[in-house]
Design a binder for this molecule. Sequence first.
Ligand SMILES: N[C@@H](CCC(=O)N[C@@H](CS)C(=O)NCC(=O)O)C(=O)O
Length: 216
Amino acid sequence: MKVYTYWRSLATFRVRIALNLKGLTYDPVEVNLDAGVQHLPEYRNVNPQMVIPALVLDDGSVLYQSLAILEYLDEVYPEPPLLPADALGRARVRALSLITVADSHPLIVPRVRNYVAATFGLDEEGKAAWVRRWFGQGLDAYKMHLSRDPATGAFCHGDAPTMADLCLASHCAGYMVFKGTLDSYPTVQRIYNRCMADEHFASAHPLRQPGAPKAH
Ligand SMILES: N[C@@H](CCC(=O)N[C@@H](CS)C(=O)NCC(=O)O)C(=O)O
């Protein structure tokens, strides 16, 4: 399979972790978001929404939207599972995932932060403050949900990684790229550290991808 990717893409980070956990190999195809390559016809033909990731199967089928890709991978390659066996657990893991995927990340993607910056005259620090604001609100929600729920374990749900950890890892990594710290989020920090101690997560990190700056 082929994955359209870019080093800094948090949505693609989630998919890279899932592929690693499931032991799947893929050909990466770079879409340089900083150069606007997502808008070129070559990529627009792959994903008309002009966002990454896109996963292209060997038969040419194109999958898009990171959460849908994660669910697809989990259904077709069930081991290790990214969702719990029980319905209540699956609802919790999906809900935790959506704090990032539906409510936080969409507010900070390049097309949104560049529009806000251009419209309201924000400089780089202004853009970073915008990102920290929305990722910070998501982290406040994670903090409460994770610290008060006995279903939280070494990871977001129990002692093995689920889809929620892939989403939380992308959220934390993005927050830190924009100079946020996890100091006020001890449960989140603990789970993020646990994730990053796992090479399946760590090797998928944006700063370990080709093209990433040495220090960001
Ligand atoms: N909800 C989508 C988000 C996709 C998305 O916005 N990806 C970003 C990179 S993380 C992107 O390609 N942005 C291009 C742009 O904003 O122009 C998903 O989870 O796959």
